[in-house]
Write a protein that binds this ligand. Structure first.
Ligand code: ATM
Length: 237
């Protein structure tokens, strides 16, 4: 049987006539600011749709009506409404619980490819390693919000913090960011990056480190190659 990954389908974005993957595939993207996550998420979505696969792309925090409301509260740099670290953790978990029920599980049950821009590792890296909240409790929270559904594959786009900050400042016109997280000190972002790298060392099967200093097309090539490999491994024999 021809695998959907082997040959691009030029009739493309129309997924109605395409063959779904034999099993759902769950892919997440992680990294600190300015690493090019959104670009890679978009490129992968387009590449997989081009191959005739049904793809659902979403983000965290967000991706549901409730999640998007919470995203606004979480990212807004307001001193009056800023959540304290434990509240921030629980709000991230609330977004995830909602996203799992409304988007991720239903799509995986339909054997679609689900791509999420940030997921559980962001919580461990930002609220755990960055804010210093209890890592064991965060694991328990993951068990609660995710039950048994975990990503098949996670791409950690890794880049020096100074370069990432510079990239995102250039994008934002060098003004003070509209994002509360972007306005954190460099030391916070360094802790987060080290947290991500620690997680990747703990789970090398799932979390693949990608050098985000490469050109976007090169990064995408590496990602696509790994996705194809994992997809093939998931096909029933
Ligand atoms: P972006 O979607 O623009 O990456 O912003 C989401 C922010 O939320 C991101 N900020 N930065 N830099 C990281 C933060 N975040 C957490 O702190 N914990 C989480 O669990 C998630 C999903 C995101």
């Amino acid at each position: 049987m021809l695998n959907a990954f082997d040959k691009p389908d030029n009739s493309a974005a129309d997924t109605a006539s395409s063959k779904p993957a034999a099993d759902g595939l769950f892919i997440t993207f992680e990294g600190t600011e300015g690493v090019g996550k959104s670009t890679q998420v978009k490129l992968l979505t387009d590449n997989l749709r081009h191959r005739g696969l049904p793809v659902v792309t979403t983000r965290e925090p967000g991706g549901t009506p409730l999640g998007e409301e919470l995203r606004g509260l979480l990212k807004r740099p307001s001193s009056r409404a800023a959540p304290c670290p434990p509240a921030e953790l629980l709000m991230m978990a609330a977004c995830r619980a909602q996203l799992m029920r409304e988007v991720v599980r239903p799509a995986l049950q339909k054997r679609q490819v689900v791509i999420v821009d940030r997921f559980l590792d962001s919580t461990t890296a930002y609220q755990g390693y960055g804010r210093g909240l209890d890592l064991e409790f965060i694991q328990q929270l993951h068990n609660f919000t995710l039950e048994n559904t975990r990503p098949d594959l996670t791409f950690l786009l890794d880049l020096d913090i100074a370069i990432g900050t510079q990239r995102s400042r250039e994008r934002g016109g060098n003004t003070l960011s509209e994002d509360r997280f972007d306005n954190e000190e460099d030391i916070f972002h360094r802790k987060v990056r080290n947290g991500f790298l620690t997680l990747a060392r703990q789970e090398p099967q799932r979390i693949k480190i990608v050098d985000a200093s490469l050109a976007p097309e090169e990064v995408q090539e590496l990602i696509l190659e790994q996705v194809i490999k994992t997809h093939k491994q998931k096909q029933p024999a």
